[in-house]
Design a binder for this molecule. Structure first.
Ligand code: ADQ
Length: 455
């Protein structure tokens, strides 16, 4: 049987294989354990001197091969091009994109460096699975080094429409390099279509079924919506039922209704618009004043990238302004927390809430939306209010209350409807979404991708 080689920007430490780990890590680790193989990538550290030798350690069938980045590699590959150009542009924020040619050069160089790390350990029938926007040219770098194995690429974030993509000066090279893969997977059919549009319009590729032909090469493309493990999440959500933090949350609420939102603090998640929508609800529906609290959990991320400092300041001032205006002696409308919580606790917060508010301006999938639903008690489920621009919308639109995150009043109306929804309707919506989550779970995602890569 073939081994699996997983390549991603960050390599999870094996301790993350426990319940604290997010879906992706669990899904990938399981596949690696089963098939045996290698997980290759950055170890999250920055070295002052270029280090040539990777660090390898093995655990149950898996070799973890990791390297540190130099400061310059970090600045150019990670902070500069990946998070300063690809992330904002792929999330339609071209206003935040800062293209610097040497960052792009550094980005390609790190991709080559990672590919070189593989050459000594790859065996001829290994299957290689590359993850996400940091590693778009990785496959092409492998081909340049003579690696002929099956290589698949999965993009976790949206793929933008060609007119947006073309604002990145090296767009052509980037998409050409994606054609070095045997399979390119996206979260939704919309992303697949955007990729096909670009490849057929600007690269003279032709489409035959689900395969793009470009010169000698054939590239399979498809949508592989990432899933969760709904049964496990349900169990997790009950685990912390008697914990102190959950008690503290309930005590603070004093039987008020709870709207909960959980995100990384990122400008793509639509947090400012969400706070505005909550204020709009208070403004337009006085019956909710003093009766409902929005808990927003958003730990800072990528603080050394410019757009992130800005969004943080903006949120602080928005939350401060709204709370300043509406807070009463015994009620604070928005509880805004810049910290993370353990997974079991988050799921228990979801479970005791009446509404899960997930309103990104753009999102590849958004696993929080799925985890929210899976955490609900079947006999009294909360309502998911979901942005139509989350990848999850493609699967959940019949069960969730769909909103447009650019429409503040529309979101406030959605919240009002969710807070007043009768039990029967909540149950119906919940059952529908649980059906989808069970059908498209995490192992289905992984197995479909790996089967299509190596039938
Ligand atoms: P992210 O942008 O990080 O992921 P998301 O899918 O919502 O977004 O979250 C990933 C995981 O992180 C979830 O399991 C979630 O529970 C956890 N998480 C998020 N906020 C947290 C918080 N405040 N505290 C603790 N844990 C938190 C990228 C893409 C997404 C895509 C995923 C997976 O941007 O669109 O769904 O990859 O493919």
């Amino acid at each position: 049987m073939s081994r699996l080689i997983v390549v991603s920007n960050r390599v999870a430490s094996i301790t993350e294989g426990k319940s604290s780990a997010g879906g992706l890590v669990v899904g990938v680790l399981d596949a690696l354990r089963e098939m045996g193989g290698i997980w290759l990538g950055w170890n999250g550290e920055i070295e002052t001197e270029p280090v040539q030798l990777p660090i390898t350690h093995s655990d149950k069938n898996i070799d973890f091969v990791t390297v540190a980045l130099t400061q310059r590699e970090y600045d150019q590959y990670y902070r500069g091009f990946s998070n300063g150009v690809l992330w904002p542009t792929f999330h339609y924020r071209i206003d935040l994109s800062r293209y610097i040619r040497r960052d792009y050069t550094g980005y390609r160089a790190v991709n080559r460096r990672f590919a070189q790390l593989l050459t000594s350990s790859v065996k001829s029938d290994d299957i290689i699975w590359v993850h996400d926007y940091h590693l778009i040219p990785f496959g092409q770098a492998c081909r340049g080094l003579g690696i002929k194995n099956k290589i698949g690429f999965f993009l976790h974030i949206p793929f933008p429409s060609p007119s947006v993509l073309r604002t990145i000066p090296s767009h052509r090279e980037l998409v050409e390099s994606m054609c070095a893969y045997d399979l390119v997977g996206f979260q939704t059919q919309g992303d697949v279509q955007a990729f096909i549009d670009y490849a057929t319009r600007y690269l003279d590729a032709t489409l035959n079924g689900n395969t793009l032909k470009m010169g000698e090469r054939s590239i399979k493309v498809g949508a592989y919506p990432i899933g969760i493990q709904p049964d496990q999440i349900k169990e997790l959500s009950k685990e912390s039922r008697y914990s102190k933090p959950l008690d503290a949350l309930k005590e603070g609420l004093q039987h008020r209704k709870l709207i909960v939102s959980v995100d990384r603090l990122d400008y793509s998640k639509g947090l400012v618009e969400r706070f505005d929508a909550f204020e709009c609800l208070l403004e337009g529906s006085p019956q909710h004043r003093g009766k409902v609290t929005l808990v927003q959990i958003a730990p800072p991320s990528r603080q050394d990238v410019q757009g992130y400092r800005q969004i943080r300041r903006q949120l602080e001032s928005t939350a401060g302004r709204i709370n300043g205006k509406w807070t009463e002696l015994s009620w604070t409308p928005i509880r805004y927390m810049n910290r993370s919580y353990e997974r079991t606790l988050l799921m228990s917060f979801f479970r005791v809430s009446q509404v899960g508010l997930v309103t990104p301006l753009r999102d590849g999938m958004n696993l929080v939306a799925k985890e929210y639903v899976a955490s609900q008690p079947a006999n009294d489920p909360g309502v998911l209010v979901l942005s139509e621009f989350a990848g999850a919308a493609a699967e959940m639109q019949q069960g969730a209350l769909m909103v447009n995150p650019y429409d503040v009043q529309g979101m406030a109306d959605g919240l009002d409807r969710a807070l007043n929804m009768p039990l029967e309707e909540r149950k119906q919506r919940y059952e529908h979404m649980m059906g989808v989550l069970k059908k498209n779970n995490l192992s289905v995602w992984r197995d479909r991708f790996l089967n299509d890569l190596s039938p």
